[in-house]
Write a protein that binds this ligand. Structure first.
Ligand code: SAM
Length: 295
């Protein structure tokens, strides 16, 4: 949306040409094309500032906490003392911000392919520069698929905080990548990944599960509510060779963390894994919505 277009005071995210979400704009703060994608920042009337990549909402200041807290705290609180964490993608540092809340973490490596995402977010979002400067945080700008392949037996948690499976992120949803992740994990290690919309793309949710479970014997999914993501219901995946999401749970650690979170709490550590039937079906590769037209 450029300021001079009709309806320029609205930003619309279009979902596969069949649905739109509109955000009332105050200002279009930034627009550029990096080597990988279009990067825009908007000031909105109701959602604070918004980052979009190639016209798709990555997060809004109003509801980013849901996504970052659930992608990070569910896996970390399933591990007794996670020390090293790798984030693939995550250029805005929202995930890294949440990881740094865990005292046992000594190092968080963030590997985003596009340095411009981080540099733009440092200008417009209060947490990015602060987190990037944290001595425990190491920012790398490289393809996460290659980076993971260069490390073995190193990380307690790998977080895949990627864009949708298009462009450079396509490979981040494939079993070859998950096999590299498995080798990069320490014993007891976990991978958590954003795994798309069960309401609006059940086939994709099913494909991601098939890829993940072909590498990790223990794979499960959990849900959360993000008003500005397609359909408002989002899924994440939790996978491990030898750990389940409710294996170890330190109530005291959770209680301390809950004082800092706006979404995550200890009940959600298990309750978010309770899945409606249509989500269970999607994970098994079934699509009860096929009659409504192509995805
Ligand atoms: N954390 C935000 C959220 O709330 O969803 C947005 C996700 S983050 C901005 C997505 C990142 O994935 C982008 O910055 C993009 O550059 C990065 N990315 C895409 N493909 C990648 C790859 N192959 N390796 C590393 N990063 C990649």
């Amino acid at each position: 949306v450029s300021a001079d277009e009709p309806g320029a005071d609205w930003f619309h995210e279009e979902y596969k040409g069949v649905s739109r979400l509109g955000l009332k704009l105050r200002r279009h703060l930034h627009s550029e094309r990096s080597d990988f994608q279009n990067i825009d920042v908007y000031e909105t009337e109701f959602f604070g500032r918004v980052l979009t990549l190639d016209g798709l909402i990555m997060f809004t200041e109003r509801d980013e906490f849901v996504y970052h807290e659930m992608l990070v705290h569910v896996p970390l609180l399933s591990q007794p003392a996670p020390r090293e964490v790798l984030i693939i993608g995550g250029g805005d540092c929202g995930c890294a911000r949440e990881v740094l809340k865990h005292p046992s973490v000594e190092r968080v490596v963030q590997c985003d392919i596009d340095e411009r995402v981080t540099r733009v977010c440092e200008e417009y979002f209060e947490w990015t520069a602060r987190v990037a400067r944290d001595p425990r945080c190491e920012l790398l700008f490289a393809d996460g698929i290659e980076y993971v392949g260069e490390h073995e037996n190193r990380f307690d948690l790998v977080i895949v905080d990627s864009t949708d499976p298009i462009g450079p992120a396509v490979g981040l949803f494939h079993r070859d990548f998950y096999a590299k992740v498995r080798r990069a994990l320490r014993p007891g290690g976990v991978v958590s990944a954003q795994s798309e919309s069960p309401h609006w793309d059940p086939p994709l949710v099913g494909r991601i599960r098939a890829e993940l479970s072909s590498v990790f014997p223990k794979t499960s999914a959990y849900l959360g509510h993000i008003p500005t993501y397609p359909s408002g219901t989002w899924s994440w995946s939790y996978a491990s060779v030898d750990r389940a999401h409710d294996d170890e749970f330190d109530e005291e650690r959770a209680a301390k963390l809950e004082a800092t979170t706006a979404y995550y709490n200890r009940e959600l550590q298990t309750a978010s894994f309770a899945l409606p039937n249509f989500v269970r079906e999607a994970l098994e590769g079934k699509n009860r919505f096929a009659r409504f037209g192509p995805q």
